[in-house]
Structures are given as C-alpha cells and as structure tokens.
Design a protein around this ligand. Structure first.
Ligand code: UD1
Length: 429
C-alpha cells in the first residue's frame, strides 16, 4: 500500500491553487440524476470519492466522461435504482444519492451506511424528512428499500440539527416533488448554496439558498446545465494551517476568503498575518505560533469540523497551551495517538483536546486513521525533524488531489511510494 515519505522540517513558501470542493462535487454529481439532458461540471477534483460517485452514476446508467478537470454527465439513460453495497462502503456519503435517485426512479435500494471512522453515522434525519415527503422506507438486513410510486409531495419540514447531508437529500428530493417544500433549520454550508445555484440553473425553483430556511417549489423536470464547482474551503484551510505550522509564507489562489473566515480568525489569533484580495489569500506566519484559547467546531458559519485536525496539528508546536473542542462528530481525535509518536503533547478527554505546544517534533512512522486525520499527520511531518512515513494514504487521497505535489510546489520534501515502505525511496524533486 502507498505511503508518503516526508523529510522535514521545511518552511512552506510560494503559491498554490486550490482545487474544486469535494463536498460540493459529490452532491452535484448526485443531482445530475435529476436532469433530463447532459450536465457539464467544471473544476472537479481528482479524488477517489469523486471516482466512487462516477462509478455509482455509471452503474445507474449514466454516461460520464472526464476531460481534465471537467466532467460531462449524460443522465438520459438512467435505468437502475440499486447502488451496490461495495460502492456504498467505499464512501459513506453516497447516501446523498438517495433523494435524487428516489425522485428520478420512484424507488431506490441501497445499503445502510452504518458506522464509519468518525463514529456512528446515523441517517435518521434524512429518512424522517424523506418519509414526510412521501417516501416509503423499509430496512431489510442492512439494506434500505425506498419507494414512492405515486411521486413525492412537498411539505413543511424542520431539521433538529442542520445536517449537511440531510439538507442536500431534501433539496434533491423536493426539487421535482409536487407542490412546495419549506425546510427550516437547513445547514448553511457554502456547498449547499453551490448545490442550490446548480439546481437553479437546471430549472429548479429554490429560495433562500445559503440561509437556514429553504423554500423549494417543485417543478416537473430539470434540464442539464454547465456549472463550475466552488473552491474547496477545507483544502484551503489545510494549506493555511500547513503554512502556519511551518512558519511559512504562502499565497492561495482560486479561493473564496469569506468561506474560510472562522479558520483565518484562529490563525490570526495564533500570530499569522492574513491578506486577502478577491479570490486570493496570503498568509505570513511567525517563526513560532502562539497558542489559541479555544477552538470549537460548529456548523457553518462556525469553525469547520473538517479543519479541526489540521488546526490541532499546527498548534502542536505553538508557544503555550491550546484547547480544541469537537462538537460535530464523536470520534474525531483518532489521529492524536499518531501525533504523539512524533513527540506532540496532546491530551484528549471525550470531545476536548488540550494541546501543549512543544518546541520540536521528530519524524516517525505513522498511520492515517481517516481523511482529515491523515492531513494532520502530513502537516506534522512537514514540521518534524527527520523522516516521517505516513501509511493509510488512501484516506488522504479521498479528499486531497495529489497532496504531495501541492506541498512539493511549496518547497516541502515529500514523495509517494506507491508500493509502500518496502519500495526504494525515489525522490521526485
Ligand atoms: C458533511 C461533510 C463532512 C463534514 C460534515 C459536517 C460531505 C460529503 N461531507 O458530512 O465532510 O464533516 O458535513 O460539516 O459533504 N447526524 C445525525 N443524523 C442524521 C444526519 C447527521 O445524527 O440523519 C449527525 C452526524 O452523526 C454528525 C452530525 O449530525 O454528528 C453532522 O452530520 P452531517 O452534517 O449530516 O454531516 P455529513 O453530511 O455526513
């Protein structure tokens, strides 16, 4: 299995382009199922999660072609309504296909996503809302059997927690339902506004995009459109944390600065200078960060849970003690045990991590337990003295396009050994 080998420490400098957002591309690809003519999506990242979505679309009868960063999706021949278990297992967020598939086909059969590396992954909010829209949902031996032979009908809905996935599923199911759906308590993540923007171009009637109340007036059908995926705010946050951790000076291009405000605010508190202009962000970090008082993950516009791990990693070598609280997922500090192997001083109790900054980290072999935890280890490896070998790289590949190339561009010494530790290290520099 592939590993990443990092020779640290380094100081990141230069400019890097932020890719299209994974968490936007996945629901957009699911939304293609609703369209009756081809869709062109620009700025689609090359990630394994995107590849899994493409496999699902092809399995359901879509023709999907990639040309560089563009995906062309022809959903006219959609005929299947079952998503095989192996594809559901490859990517838990494939549950976002449920709303669109049921709406398009009048039925859907897919396996229950179950637990994942971040802890239990319930979908009760998705299912309750879809049932209110008229879907009959049965669970049988870990499978979800959904049908709506008479079609879906709009209604008034309220989410008790602003779940991103549930909001997306409701949007996708309600676009072509009979009548109007009003959703209160919707998630307000920018990826949802991007989905609403796409659906609007396809002919959907949605009011309130980006806010907590969405009003969706059902239309009989959607057509294809051309859309550019928004920049990945989590990849951008990861680059910023990496620059901060290494005392670097980095410019990000193709970024929407206001999407990352909660992250830049913490980095400023830690002593970094942030300059923004339109779609660029420049970070200048001090040689050593200061600790920050309290970082608490929250739904947007709060501090994103997906940036918690890279931020914690950056604070490992800060001067003083920082505290980070995870409020969204139950098991999101698994990577901390691996950071300890590099010499970090972090104590985790339940949902709180206390990070006592150390003056240096040192390289060691580590294992990425999940996507963002993997990114945290990559950052720590850039700061650590000596060689860090990261196993479990497939997690990182789910959400970062060619991470090693982006970091090499900024001056890091990092290479991938596709065959794992046994393979002779080949420097790509
Ligand atoms: C999405 C993102 C993920 C991000 C998360 C929170 C994608 C593909 N993934 O995941 O990167 O970390 O938002 O910003 O966009 N919950 C329930 N019942 C439900 C649904 C959710 O209890 O029916 C709970 C979850 O267990 C979790 C919390 O709500 O504790 C947030 O989940 P949700 O917002 O749904 O995240 P995802 O859409 O899975």
């Amino acid at each position: 299995m592939a590993v990443l080998v990092i020779d640290g420490p380094c100081r990141l400098c230069g400019e890097v382009r932020v890719h299209g957002a994974k968490n936007s591309t996945l629901p957009l690809l699911a939304a293609c199922l609703l369209c009756r003519s081809p869709v062109v999506l620009h700025n689609c990242p090359r990630l394994t999660d995107v590849d899994t979505s493409i496999k699902i679309l092809r399995h359901l009868g879509c023709i999907v072609q990639r040309r560089k960063d563009d995906l062309w999706v022809d959903p006219r021949a959609v005929c299947g309504s079952t998503i095989p278990e192996d594809l559901m297992r490859e990517m838990r967020s494939s549950i976002v296909f449920l709303g669109a598939l049921s709406s398009r086909m009048g039925q859907a059969r897919l396996s229950f996503p179950g637990g994942c590396e971040l802890g239990p992954r319930p979908i009760d909010l998705h299912l309750r809302a879809l049932a209110r829209l008229g879907m009959d949902i049965r669970e049988d031996h870990g499978e979800l059997l959904c049908s709506a032979p008479g079609g879906l009908s709009g209604c008034s809905l309220s989410l008790s927690f602003p779940s991103v996935g549930a909001t997306e599923n409701i949007l996708l199911a309600a676009c072509c339902a009979k009548g109007t759906t009003v959703l209160h308590g919707a998630a307000q993540e920018p990826e949802i506004a991007d989905l609403c923007d796409f659906l609007g171009k396809c002919g959907a009637r949605i009011q309130g995009a980006g806010g907590s109340t969405l009003r969706i007036e059902g239309v009989s059908r959607l057509t294809g459109c051309e859309h550019t995926v928004m920049p990945d705010r989590i990849e951008a946050a990861t680059f910023l944390c990496a620059a901060a951790a290494t005392g670097g000076e980095v410019t990000l291009s193709h970024v929407i600065p206001r999407h990352i405000l909660p992250v830049t605010a913490v980095l400023e508190e830690a002593g970094c200078r942030i300059q923004e202009e339109e779609n660029r962000l420049r970070i200048t970090a001090p040689p050593r960060l200061h600790a920050v008082h309290a970082v608490r993950t929250m739904p947007y516009p709060g501090f994103p849970t997906d940036a918690q791990a890279p931020m914690l990693s950056a604070l490992c070598t800060a001067q003083g003690t920082s505290m980070l609280t995870e409020t969204i997922f139950t098991a999101r500090f698994k990577y901390v045990g691996e950071l300890l192997r590099l010499g970090a001083h972090v104590k985790v109790e339940d949902r709180v991590a206390v990070v006592e900054g150390v003056s240096r980290l040192s390289g060691a072999p580590v294992m990425a337990p999940d996507l963002r935890g993997g990114a945290a280890l990559l950052l720590a490896g850039l700061c650590a003295e000596g060689e860090t070998v990261i196993d479990g790289v497939s997690h990182i590949d789910r959400g970062y396009e060619k991470a090693e190339e982006s970091f090499r561009l900024l001056g890091a010494q990092v290479c991938r050994l596709p065959g794992g530790r046994g393979e002779e290290k080949q420097s790509l520099l």
